[in-house]
Design a protein around this ligand. Structure first.
Ligand SMILES: Cc1ncc(COP(=O)(O)O)c(C=O)c1O
Length: 380
């Protein structure tokens, strides 16, 4: 049996997305900047896609910029947000994705900003009092705090963080890569300046993403060149990807509750079965809390075991199960997980992230728990 439980890394494309993209590979190949009919029909597809994305997120089309993915969108929001608004101080959390952390660290290295990190506890929860203190001392900062963590699944309260950021006139960017297409976003009613998406996290194509920037907080371009994306991102558009990401978001919204219910059942089943079958199992961050974590992510911490130490993902792979992980330790070939280290997770335990999609089944959960039981049978 082959099981794909690495949907936080990337997802399978939906057939409906592929069908929407194919005409833009075959028949509609014009350059969208060309003024002739071949170009115009492709331009129209891009603008329809932008309108669709904006409608679904309750934003204006002029606030949506297509990018090559979540990483580029994060980089743009951060680097251009800092530059455009003359920001000298930024606040992030130690458990952000490297698309945010490395970008901010580079800005600090270049002397553009001073960077502060807000405290997180052993469950990965952000200390909002500390955020407030940091902002009080440094108003007009850039705040970059993710909506949900890609490793442990913790969901942050964007309204609460945004309201604090607003109080101190901060520019608030959130890496929403793991929630876009899985949770509804009502951007006109959120106190937020920039959010991002990567299409491949919700059954769309890889190499296609978008950035939303609130029209009250415009930023300067990241990529200079032609006038594409209203002068914000030079370069001939990834038309196929743009059509694909908009279709993927549309399909995600069509039955978001249905997908959620299906995946929540799988996650609950997984937690229950692990607790029944593996002595000493625990869960990293808030990932076992169904209300406070992504329904798509379960980060499992397994008891120390000589046979599996450092080999767990390999052993699962031998049984056809694809998952991902990273332990708290950073030695040998693996650099470990900066998220688990920030939570103070034990380096002796192996951690594995199982992440689910609407295409997974209960049978796959049972098979995976069965294999984990075999691998950890000595202990159970
Ligand atoms: C939270 C988060 N941010 C950013 C990214 C990067 O997105 P992309 O692969 O679209 O560049 C990822 C992907 O793993 C992610 O999980």
């Amino acid at each position: 049996m082959k099981v794909y439980f690495d949907n936080a890394a990337t997802t399978a494309m939906d057939d409906g997305v592929i069908d929407a993209m194919i005409p833009y590979m075959k028949e509609h190949y014009g350059n969208p900047s060309s003024v002739h009919s071949h170009g115009r029909e492709v331009r129209s597809a891009i603008e329809k896609s932008r309108k669709k994305v904006a409608e679904l997120l309750n934003a204006s089309p002029s606030e949506i910029f297509f990018t090559s993915g979540g990483t580029e969108a994060d980089n743009t929001a951060i680097v251009c947000g800092i530059h455009t608004h003359g920001i000298k101080h930024a606040i992030t959390s130690p458990i952000e994705h490297h698309a945010v952390l490395h970008t901010l660290e580079e800005c600090e290295k270049k002397g553009h900003i001073k960077l502060s990190k807000v405290e997180v506890d052993e469950f990965g929860s952000i200390n909002l009092d500390h955020l407030q203190e940091l902002l009080k001392a440094n108003p007009k900062s850039l705040v970059s705090i993710m909506h949900a963590n890609n490793e442990i699944g913790n969901i942050n309260d964007l309204s609460a963080i945004g309201n604090i950021a607003k109080e101190y006139d901060a520019f608030f960017h959130s890496d929403t890569v793991q929630t876009m297409g899985h949770y509804p976003h009502d951007l006109k009613n959120l106190p937020i300046d920039a959010v991002v998406a990567g299409g491949h996290k919700f059954h769309g194509p890889k190499g296609a993403g978008f950035l939303y920037v609130n029209k009250a907080k415009k930023i300067t371009p990241f990529i200079y060149g032609g006038a594409q994306e209203r002068n914000m991102r030079g370069g001939t558009e990834n038309v196929i990807g743009i059509v694909g990401i908009a279709k993927a978001l549309e399909l995600a919204y069509e039955d978001m509750d249905g997908h959620r219910k299906h995946i929540e059942k799988l996650k609950s089943r997984f937690i229950e079965q692990l607790q029944e079958n593996i002595a000493g199992v625990s869960f990293n961050g808030l990932s076992a809390d169904m209300d406070k974590s992504l329904y798509t992510v379960l980060n499992v911490s397994l008891p120390p075991s000589e046979e599996n130490s450092g080999m767990l993902l390999f052993n699962l792979d031998l049984h056809g199960i694809s998952a991902s992980g990273g332990s708290a330790c950073s030695s040998g070939a693996t650099v470990g997980s900066h998220v688990l280290r920030a939570l103070g997770a034990s380096a002796e335990r192996d951690s594995v992230r199982f992440s689910f999609s609407r295409f997974n089944t209960a049978e796959e959960v049972d098979y995976t728990v069965g294999k984990l039981k075999e691998l950890y049978g000595v202990i159970a």
